[in-house]
Design a protein around this ligand. Structure first.
Ligand code: ATP
Ligand code: MG
Length: 334
């Protein structure tokens, strides 16, 4: 049989699921690391309110600290909500934190969303911080809801993020590949579009009132009790789902014509969104709320080919039950 039709034997599937459980247990944050993160957040709150005692300042977590997909190695993503305009000039925060013992302080004030990056040597925590970015809090809450619906989502998504990190496929800023968030959306959309889906679309539920925030509709179904049994009809093991994930994106999904949409819980033709003219945008992944945003536009043609090759490599290895080798650290040829 051709490589793309390679089947997983039952014994291989069971071994793969066992290996995934074991890897998952290594990836989930320890109580000790959770404690360091909480201490860091309390410290940050204290530093900010000591410096700006008359402003209302709230420290919110988003990203993997807020969506349950953080690993031991994840940074803490913080969004400060405040009415004080001085803080929107993120460099004023950078100055404060640098003067209070934080290290590797970087202020990226010209980015679309200005951020400060810091490393806390005392608590050993890395943090990315931005100000008044409510959409990020909403999409974090959306991801967290999907994670809560079916208990296979968390291990599957964490392992896919881990694989992407090891293969250097998730550095949107540096390597012009895809962000963790993009890999998460690809995972959720895969689970929504299976013949027997594991996840619904929380945004495509009947009777949802639009909720407009920063010009986009962030409404989604918050009552998850409706979906308590949603994934039950799909009885696939974790191993089977990982195998299907790689098979789908390596050999089935049409990168040229199709957009992955978590919002619709399905696939849309690029032409429907007017994205077919964007020739260099090969993979298209719609941001669930900001639907004009293609999350995959960080990867150019060359890196897209590299990503596709890595997906095929992962499928070959996983279909032989080789999880360790699949997630092996990529080493640049010397
Ligand atoms: P990691 O564990 O690798 O840090 P993460 O879940 O924090 O993974 P990131 O890619 O660092 O994922 O993204 C953090 C958060 O930033 C996402 O949860 C999302 O809320 C927000 N985000 C990232 N990219 C975008 C984007 N293009 N548009 C809107 N929100 C985004
Ligand atoms: Mg993060």
């Amino acid at each position: 049989p051709s490589v793309k039709n390679r089947r997983l034997s039952l014994a291989q599937e069971e071994k793969l699921s066992r290996d995934m459980r074991e890897l998952y247990n290594e990836l989930i944050p320890t109580p000790e690391s959770e404690q360091r993160r909480s201490k860091f957040l309390a410290k940050l709150e204290r530093l900010l309110s000591d410096r700006w005692p008359n402003s209302s300042i709230k420290v919110n977590v988003f990203g993997s600290t807020g969506n349950c997909l953080g690993t031991l190695a994840s940074d803490v993503d913080v969004c400060i909500t405040t009415d004080n305009n001085e803080l929107s000039q993120v460099c004023s925060i950078a100055e404060l934190l640098a003067s209070q013992g934080m290290e590797r302080v970087v202020c990226v004030s010209r980015a679309k969303v200005p951020i400060v990056k810091v490393w806390d040597p005392e608590l050993q925590v890395a943090c990315d911080l931005n100000v008044n970015n409510p959409i990020a809090l909403e999409n974090t809450s959306l991801v967290r809801s999907y994670v809560a619906i079916d208990d296979r989502v968390r291990p599957l998504a964490m392992i896919i993020k881990h694989w992407a990190k090891r293969r250097i496929l998730n550095d949107a800023a540096l390597g012009s590949t895809l962000s963790s968030y993009t890999w998460i959306c690809l995972t959720l959309n895969f689970l929504q579009t299976l013949k027997t889906p594991v996840l619904p679309s929380l945004q495509a539920q009947p009777g949802l009132q639009p909720h407009i925030l920063d010009g986009v509709n962030v409404a989604f179904e918050k009552d998850l009790t409706k979906f308590a049994d949603f994934g039950r009809k799909n009885t696939s093991s974790l191993g089977k789902l990982l195998y299907e994930f790689f098979r789908f994106y390596a050999h089935e999904f049409d990168f040229e014509t199709t957009v992955a949409s978590v919002r619709l819980g399905g696939h849309v033709a690029k032409s429907v969104k007017g994205w077919h003219m964007l020739l260099d945008n090969r993979l298209c992944v719609e941001e669930p709320f900001n639907i004009n945003r293609n999350l995959a536009n960080t990867a150019d043609d060359t890196s897209m080919r590299g990503i596709h090759k890595e997906l095929r490599r992962a499928f070959d290895l996983v279909s032989n039950g080789k999880l360790d080798e699949c997630c092996e650290q990529f080493a640049y040829p010397t």
